[in-house]
Design a protein. Structure first.
Length: 572
């Protein structure tokens, strides 16, 4: 025991028994043999040998299991603190909490969708409570969906939890139906919602009654657009401020949060013709109309990607812009992040369009960062989404419309520019590097063409190289891709002998220097062998005696060339 390493032998007398220390020794072989002998002699149901290493800095032992033999250890249920034991809901009033309503909306999702209502309305409308109670099997299945996982979590028998929640659901249904029979939910056709709110101030059940009044106003309305319009009408007629104003706006906001969380309702509000990407852009515009309109004013092209928001959605957007319904604004912003981080495609049939809408969403969400979401949350979401657009399936579909390898290279360059995250940038760079380094790319650029001259090809390669530099790739990937493009450019220039013909042409000296310097600076040829040869010829011309005499006689001719000379590295 005195050394820094020793071995301990533990035994379990029976399978359900806990481990107990049998002996400790510094001899590993002795510890292992002792454990084997105990098991062979049926002295225990299971044995274990551990290696204990002493850390001299912390004076604590680090344990490593060397040997385990015998009956497997029985997994015991996790012991919960007393305050966490028992059912999550202890009374019918607990069904009205946000978490409980979310659970109800999940377990009764199909029934609520068929009825065209939310969980909040179910808890406040007598007709819906009667309808659900009459269905029988729907309510029973929902209770089982809640009781089974909760039983595993809290360690209580399933049938006890089923009986408990059956009792609570009966109480909740009876409460709503009884309230309807006693006319606790007045009809807004004969009363003003503002007057009702003022009357309810100070009453103990004011939140429940106002929830029933607002929910009853949606009775008979199906479809997200119509229901949103009615809710906005109620908000317009609400008291202007004070407790009465909050009493009306809170249930409206709760219904809106649950209603717009459903994809079908959101599609109906924004327009069923919108794909997933356009729908998310419309949500951002609805939540932050001021910022998005300012962004579109600076770049009108964004209006093609961000759908206009009109009708009830515009009315809701105006209230969100004014700072009303903060919980709804946060919920919609989180929904956009969840969709971005999900594997669902934004534009399944248009990979190029998916990159367009992803870029648009990045700009719009970044503009709104700080008010609705943090910049880190936005960046994390786009890093996750970028993983989906550098996969083999997406890249294959993305470059499929390209007829030439050059077109593929330009498309992949755009992909590199629009992905975020270091790992995603590296993945996109590998696709581009494989493209520009392929024999197909070299063969296509060197092949004679009736549509492009060699000089035009060099200009295209120079533009491609500049685009790669703007992608923000890692230094190694950037250097590798630009070197490959430069090598192809050098081959194209060597085949056409452009630099040599320029140097021998009878054109004026200043014109020849201008063309060579543009090649050397990477404007009309990619940086690499072609630019280096052009730079070398330009240096020869500058050093030639006749050139010096010509330039000395007219020094003003060098003024237009100074910028090109600096870009080519020939002047400070």
């Amino acid at each position: 025991m005195a050394g820094p390493v020793h071995y301990e032998v533990y035994v379990r007398k029976t399978a359900p028994a806990p481990w107990s220390l049998q002996m400790a020794t510094e001899d590993r072989a002795h510890a292992v043999q002792t454990a084997e002998d105990i098991l062979t002699d049926h002295g225990a149901a299971a044995v274990r040998v551990t290696k204990e290493t002493l850390d001299p800095d912390t004076m604590e032992f680090t344990s490593l299991t060397v040997l385990t033999r015998g009956a497997p250890e029985i997994q015991r249920k996790r012991q919960l603190p007393e305050d966490q034991q028992g059912p999550r809901c202890t009374g019918a009033q607990d069904f009205y909490t946000p978490h409980a309503r979310e659970t109800i909306g999940r377990v009764l999702e199909d029934w609520l969708a068929r009825s065209g209502v939310t969980a909040f309305e179910l808890l406040h409308r007598p007709d819906l409570a009667e309808k659900l109670e009459a269905s029988g099997v729907e309510l029973q299945h929902a209770i089982q969906k809640i009781a089974v996982p909760e039983s595993q979590e809290v360690g209580q028998p399933v049938h006890d939890l089923v009986r408990h929640y059956q009792k609570l659901s009966d109480q909740a249904v009876e409460r709503v139906i009884s309230a309807g029979r006693r006319n606790l939910f007045p009809d807004l056709e004969n009363s003003s919602i503002a007057d009702l709110a003022h009357r309810l101030i100070g009453q103990p059940d004011r939140a429940f009654v106002m929830g029933g009044i607002v929910s009853g106003a949606l009775k008979g309305l199906r479809g997200g657009r119509v229901r949103l319009d009615r809710l906005m009408d109620l908000a317009d007629r609400a008291p202007l401020d004070g407790a009465a104003h909050a009493m009306v706006m809170v249930p409206i906001e709760q219904i809106l949060c649950e209603m717009l969380a459903a994809r079908t309702s959101l599609a109906d509000v924004l327009g069923p013709s919108l794909d997933q990407g356009a729908s998310l852009a419309a949500v951002v515009r609805m939540v932050a109309p001021r910022e998005i309109n300012a962004l579109i004013a600076q770049d009108p092209r964004l209006a093609l990607q961000v759908p206009a928001v009109d009708g009830p959605a515009a009315r809701l957007g105006a209230r969100l812009e004014a700072g009303q319904f903060p919980l709804l604004a946060a919920a919609l912003a989180r929904m956009v992040l969840r969709e971005l981080m999900s594997p669902r495609r934004l534009r399944p049939k248009d990979p190029a369009g998916e990159i367009d809408i992803l870029r648009t969403l990045a700009m719009t969400l970044t503009v709104t960062a700080g008010r609705l979401l943090t910049l880190d949350e936005v960046q994390t979401a786009f890093n996750e989404r970028s993983k989906a657009i550098v996969t083999a399936d997406f890249v294959a579909a993305y470059v499929k419309p390209c007829n030439t390898v050059l077109c593929e290279a330009e498309a992949l360059t755009r992909l590199c520019e629009n992905v975020t995250g270091g790992a995603n940038k590296r993945s996109a760079a590998r696709w581009l590097s494989a493209c520009v380094g392929s024999l197909r790319f070299e063969g296509e650029m060197r092949a004679p063409s009736t549509t492009q001259t060699a000089a035009q090809k060099l200009g295209v390669l120079a533009g491609l190289q500049r685009a790669v530099r703007a992608c923000g790739l890692m230094e190694r990937d950037h250097a590798e891709i630009n070197a490959a493009i430069g090598a192809i450019g050098g081959t194209v220039e060597a085949d056409a002998r452009i630099v040599m013909m320029l140097a021998r042409s009878p054109a004026p000296l200043v014109q020849k220097l201008s063309v060579l310097l543009r090649l050397a600076a990477g404007e009309t040829a990619p940086l690499g062998p072609a630019a280096d040869r052009a730079k070398a010829e330009a240096v020869k011309l500058f050093r030639a005696p006749e050139s010096r005499a010509t330039l000395s006689a007219a020094p003003e001719t060098l003024v237009p060339l100074k910028g090109l000379m600096q870009a080519a590295g020939l002047a400070a």
